[in-house]
Design a protein around this ligand. Structure first.
Ligand code: SF4
Length: 138
């Protein structure tokens, strides 16, 4: 949205099913989107800072919006960022597995693919153990 209002500047109330914009207008969430009517936005004094759209402004609601809000709140504090950093080695490990295995399932059926994933996880763990052993030896 360029330098216009970002999504985080809208107050998303998932329990109430509403979104409040920076101008204080509220609209309901329908499915995965909250739309502010063109008639509302046309008269708004914040419009220049909000949207270039002719049909009002819409805010997409992610299927994991609650989790995203929780992560954004954690990111806003030093304690929260320190907590989130604990996740970095896990994400790196998952990225390495994905890099080796590829993004697509190789086999038909869940059991075979779980076995395949487990095999790549074991290989990743062997690489980690090897790196640790080399670091200790150095
Ligand atoms: S343009 Fe619409 S969505 Fe944006 S602040 Fe104004 S009323 Fe709210």
């Amino acid at each position: 949205n360029g330098d216009r209002y970002a999504k985080h500047e809208f107050a998303i109330n998932l329990e109430g099913g509403t979104v409040r914009c920076p101008a204080g207008e509220t609209t309901r969430i329908h499915g995965a989107v909250a739309r502010f009517e063109a008639s509302t936005c046309e008269q708004c004094s914040h419009r220049e800072r909000c949207t270039m759209a002719k049909h009002g402004r819409s805010i997409s609601i992610h299927p994991q919006e609650q989790l995203l809000q929780k992560l954004a709140a954690a990111k806003a504090t030093p304690e929260g960022r320190a907590e989130l950093r604990k996740r970095v080695p896990v994400e790196h490990g998952l990225a390495h597995i994905c890099q080796r295995q590829g993004r697509r399932a190789r086999y038909l059926g869940v059991d075979k693919n779980i076995f395949d994933l487990t095999r790549y996880a074991v290989i990743e763990n062997l690489f980690v153990a090897d790196r640790m052993e080399r670091a200790l030896a150095a």
